[in-house]
Design a protein around this ligand. Structure first.
Ligand SMILES: C[S@@+](CC[C@H](N)C(=O)[O-])C[C@H]1O[C@@H](n2cnc3c(N)ncnc32)[C@H](O)[C@@H]1O
Length: 758
């Protein structure tokens, strides 16, 4: 009989490696048996499997009888262990790296990634040959490696081996994001990028061989171990000792309803969210993710301790602009999420800071920069997740029927509602109820929603608009720089970074004096209403601007004329007010007069966009208050794209919690130019108008005219408690035509706000 050309070719290939036919023959026979005479697999990579097997045989000769016995003894658990325990065998790999053994398609990587993450050489010992074998398929390993060092080591089992042993196939259930179920008890694995491994169930028999089951050495890093039937909710624990307030330790839990679509989206998206764990969270004892797939959920969704938070971009996905009002009814009171305690929960459970959808409108548009996802609150108002009373990990059960609508995955860390976006942490506390702060996305800087024309470009900054020749700290210079001149003849700030008293007092007086109002001929606010019965302009305040130095200036970053751009530096806390104003913001430290507290940050909308939103989502008219950037409208010709306002219901910073106080508020808003020379877009900075003691609530006068019901937002019943309250007492001095917060005379203003000068 003519020799089988395939056998001859195999002998030749091995002869090239210096392996004698006599050694090839028995191993080849075994391989043919193992591969069910599939020559393709044997021929692959220039007979790599054959060569490997021969080397193995050489190194670990096992008498055939013993081998058979061993095969019988080895149960599946032992098999797993042996595979895990196999030492790495670079020696073999080195041999195979000879040029003659390089795969023609270069599937075996010898590059840095394989050096950093050496592949485990197959152990073709007696107990790993047919029936038990663990064989390294280099091509599978190559397929698994994303080139970025994702994989530390691979051990490849023949699938048949595992299934034949009667063990459940340990196919990693790879979701598009790489999530895998661990419910089968398989060691947690860190999987490479999503296309790397198909679930075995989807593979053809051929690809099962070429693409065998792969185990990846677990890393020490957090593993997303959430099961499919867990709800995708995130939570962050308070620091054990953080907060002067004991209620911070009474962590409360809230819950979003989540419809199937969104839930599964959330599920997948959350998996990759580890990088959203910000550094300050590292201080916290733990961060917990609650995973879920309500679709598959039978009775309840379990909230399991885990380690990741949704990515910012993914949280954005879950958030929809448009205010928190639509969704408030079932879930919030005074803008906060209701959470009820569940006494049956073991006290080993963790405080959960879960958002409610208050703050969000599932149908409102989102800023262009962020994705879209629909989110709703529970529509029955029942509690969904239990508040828990200490820091230990445990489970919280969420009834399945409460996971029916969209979920919001935004979470407020009790230690830092800013999620690390600010230089200082901003904690939140609720001493009164179990409520949570409303859900919103913390943004440290304004974001354009869609149409607002905000053009920031260096080319638009002329020499007169910056101090390009300055050096160091402008404020210390004896001469005013160009920026100071734009502020109005001198620096607004002292060397200590406070507002100069004269400047501040002037601002206070201006803000209270109706004489400083101007009236537009063609008011963008009225124009935005686009109806036949537009009213005349109701008046806007002329204001004093601050011009800060910026990138095109020659001074350094520490220049004293750069205050607002440095962001929040004082110690603030969000808290639930006791007067029924909802949440408020307070200082935890004494603040001097003229100190910068924070900027009012939100979505930059055109006034028209705001009006459209308020028509489309009428319930949004509650709970939020848009701020017109109208200080420069007097210059006239303000186009629709330039008539801007800030809206912080869904995207905002700590300032969104600052409540209104009529007239004698302790903060004052001052327009600040930073990046650009024009005043149609500016930053609205809040400074202390007097000294403020630690624990005092921060307030500012929104400038509301409580008699004007034609506003884009619903008026609230003012509970500011000021004796000058415009809502409670309508004294004649506070109801001047066109006025919002103005009083009648400079003398009165001086008395009220304690200014030294007028
Ligand atoms: C910018 S938010 C302030 C934070 C808000 N309290 C919360 O819980 O989210 C403005 C809203 O707070 C409430 N608010 C602010 N000042 C108030 C006051 N003086 N009296 C009653 N409610 C007030 C109103 O509902 C208003 O629409």
């Amino acid at each position: 009989m003519a020799p089988n050309p395939k056998v001859v070719a195999a002998y030749r290939a091995m002869a090239n490696l210096g392996i004698h036919e006599s050694k090839v023959k028995p191993v080849l026979k075994k391989l043919l048996k193992l591969y069910d005479k599939n020559w393709e697999l044997i021929e692959e990579e220039n007979y790599r499997a054959l060569a490997d097997a021969i080397f193995e045989e050489e190194e670990n000769p096992v008498p055939e009888q013993e081998q058979e016995k061993k095969n019988k003894r080895v149960d599946e658990a032992e098999l797993d262990d042996e595979v895990q325990d196999q030492p790495l065998r670079p020696k073999k790999r080195l041999r195979l790296r000879g040029p003659e053994f390089q795969s023609s398609n270069n599937q075996i990587s010898c590059g840095p990634s394989s050096a950093a993450f050496p592949l485990k050489t197959p152990k073709l010992e007696d107990d790993t040959v047919p029936g038990n074998g663990s064989i390294l398929h280099a091509q599978s390993a190559a397929a698994l490696s994303d080139g970025n060092g994702m994989i530390e080591a691979h051990q490849v089992h023949s699938q048949d081996d595992i299934i034949d042993k009667g063990k459940k196939p340990v196919s990693p259930q790879v979701t598009p994001r790489g999530r895998r179920s661990t419910s089968d008890g398989v060691p947690p694995a860190v999987l490479p990028k999503e296309p790397a491994v198909e679930p075995l169930s989807t593979l053809s028999p051929r690809s099962k061989m070429a693409h065998p089951l792969v185990w990846i050495k677990p890393k020490d890093e957090p593993i997303d171990d959430a099961r499919d039937n867990e709800a995708p909710i995130s939570m962050i624990l308070p620091e054990p000792s953080s907060g002067k307030d004991s209620s911070m330790m009474n962590g409360a839990a809230g819950q979003q309803d989540c419809d199937d679509t969104v839930a599964s989206h959330c599920l997948n998206d959350e998996v990759a969210g580890e990088d959203n764990l910000r550094s300050s969270n590292e201080d916290a004892p733990s961060t917990v993710e609650i995973g879920s797939s309500p679709v598959q959920e039978e009775g309840s969704a379990k909230i399991t301790p885990n380690i990741s938070m949704p990515k910012e971009s993914e949280s954005h996905d879950a958030l929809v602009a448009g205010g928190n009002e639509d969704l408030v009814t079932p879930c919030i009171s005074n803008g906060s999420a209701n959470v009820n305690s569940h006494s049956s929960l073991p006290n080993t459970e963790i405080p959960v800071s879960l958002p409610c959808s208050c703050g969000l409108d599932d149908t409102s548009p989102v800023p262009q920069e962020v994705g879209n996802n629909d989110c709703l609150a529970s529509d029955d108002g029942r509690e969904l997740v239990d508040p828990i009373s200490n820091n230990s990990h445990s489970l919280v059960t969420v009834p399945k029927n409460q996971l029916t609508t969209n979920a919001i995955l935004t979470v407020h860390d009790v230690n830092d509602i800013s999620k690390g976006e600010e230089k200082v942490k901003i904690s939140w506390v609720n001493n009164i109820t179990d409520d949570f702060p409303p859900s919103f996305h913390y943004i440290p800087r304004n974001l354009v929603f869609q149409n607002a024309y905000v053009s920031i470009s260096l080319s638009r900054i002329g020499n007169e608009d910056c101090c390009s020749t300055c050096i160091g700290n402008c404020v210390l210079s004896s001469e005013s720089c160009s920026c100071a001149n734009k502020t109005g003849g001198g620096f607004a700030y002292t060397a200590q970074g406070l507002l100069k008293e004269e400047f501040l007092d002037e601002c206070i007086v201006i803000s209270c004096n109706p004489k400083n109002c101007f009236y537009c001929e063609d008011c963008p606010v009225e124009r935005s209403k686009n109806d036949d019965c537009s009213e005349p302009c109701k008046g806007h305040l002329r204001r004093k601007f601050i011009k800060e130095c910026w990138s095109k200036c020659g001074c350094g970053k520490k220049c004293g004329n750069r205050v607002v751009q440095r962001g929040i530096t004082c110690n603030l806390q969000v808290f639930l007010t006791s007067e029924g104003k909802g949440w408020g913001l307070r200082t935890l430290e004494d603040l001097p007069k003229g100190a910068f507290v924070c900027e009012f940050v939100g979505e930059i909308l055109t006034v028209k966009e705001l009006h459209e939103r308020s028509l489309k989502y009428p319930k949004n008219r509650k709970y939020t208050y848009p701020i017109l950037l109208d200080a420069d409208w007097e210059s006239g010709g303000v186009g629709d794209k330039e008539a801007l306002c800030l809206y912080a219901a869904s995207y905002g910073n700590a300032a969104r919690f600052i409540n209104h106080r009529c007239l004698d508020a302790n903060l004052i808003e001052i327009p600040v130019e930073i990046e650009g020379p024009d005043h149609h877009y500016y930053h609205l900075a809040l400074f202390t108008s007097r000294e403020i003691a630690a624990q005092e609530e921060l307030t500012w006068d929104y400038g509301i005219n409580f008699d004007d019901h034609d506003q884009p937002v619903e008026l609230f019943g003012c509970k500011c408690g000021s004796k000058f309250c415009r809502n409670m007492k309508r004294s004649s001095i506070f109801s001047l035509p066109g006025s919002n917060k103005y009083t009648s005379s400079a003398a009165e203003i001086r008395k009220i706000v304690g200014c030294k000068m007028i």
